[in-house]
Structure formats: C-alpha cells, structure tokens
Ligand binder design. Structure first.
Ligand code: FES
Ligand code: FES
Length: 159
C-alpha cells in the first residue's frame, strides 16, 4: 500500500506527515507527531481512550483514517487550553474524577465538548453523554460530578 502525505492542523499548529495509507489518526498522532496524550485501549472503537476533536466534533481516533483528515483541524488532550479545560481539570481533581488516568485524556476531550456547549445536563443525561468513554477505576461517580460541576461553573462564569 502506498504512503500518503497528510497536511492538517493539530492543536493550532500546521503539521505534515507521510504515512502508510492505512494509518489511523491515533497512530499518526502518537507515532508520527509524538502526541502520546491520546491513549489507545481497545483499538476497536469501544473504550473511548483515543477520543480527539476532529473539526469540532469528538471522534474515535483509532477508527478514523489519518488520510481522511487531510485539511482538517484536530485537537488532542494536549491542546485543551482554554478556561473550560482549566475548569474541567480542576473539577476532575476536586471530585475524584480520575485514578490511574488511562481513560482521562479521552474522557477530558469528550467532557470538554459537553462543557463548551453550555447546556445543563442532569445526572442521567451526563451518564448517557459520557457512555462512550470507559473507565475501569473510578466507578464514574466522580467523573459525572466533575463534568456537571464544570458545566455549571462555565455557565456561571458567563452570567
Ligand atoms: S482505543 Fe479507540 S475506542 Fe478504544
Ligand atoms: S481512571 Fe483508570 S481507567 Fe479511568
């Protein structure tokens, strides 16, 4: 299979890589651009550890072909750099939203998408919205509390 050259913006920075055509976005980020904050768990679209933002929407980087991202904008956990991300990190820390941290990059990218929507979600809605991200450690309660608190703080900050 031939190599392909991909040009995309990652965390606000233009990047170019020439990779085998079957390379996933996760492997492009980790192995070629050395952004290892994006974790790989199941590599089959189940665990959510590899979640990144692609053109404004969270996606599974393990199931996304890098070649399909040519010209796109990608944000990884390393690029979550705004007041919402600061709130999220503080809330995860305060509410016990992480233990081993393996799920945390994908969880933060998914949660950041929720926080920036500025929509209040009840506990069931938060559980549903985060159902695509698996955590083996926390039992989810701290994560749900943290995301709910970060949404509330984001709305309050703009009031
Ligand atoms: S590594 Fe991509 S969903 Fe599990
Ligand atoms: S904190 Fe360990 S998997 Fe979520």
């Amino acid at each position: 299979m031939p190599d392909v050259t991909i040009r995309l913006t990652v965390n606000g920075r233009p990047r170019t890589a020439t990779v085998p055509a079957r390379t996933s976005l996760a492997d492009l980020l980790r192995d070629h651009l050395h952004l290892t904050g994006t974790h790989l768990g199941c590599e089959q679209g189940v665990c959510g550890a590899c979640t990144v933002r692609l053109d404004e929407l969270p996606v599974r980087a393990c199931l996304t072909l890098a070649a399909a991202c040519d010209g796109s904008e990608v944000v990884t956990v390393e690029g979550l750099d705004d007041p919402d991300a600061d709130r999220l990190r503080a809330c995860f820390s305060r509410e016990g939203g992480l233990q081993c941290g393996f799920c945390t990059p994908g969880m933060l990218v998914s949660a950041h998408d929720l926080v920036r929507r500025r929509t209040v979600l009840d506990r069931d809605e938060l559980c549903l919205a985060l159902a695509g991200n698996v955590c083996r450690c926390t039992g989810y309660l701290g994560i749900v509390r943290a995301v709910g608190a970060a949404i509330a703080e984001g709305i309050e900050a703009e009031a």
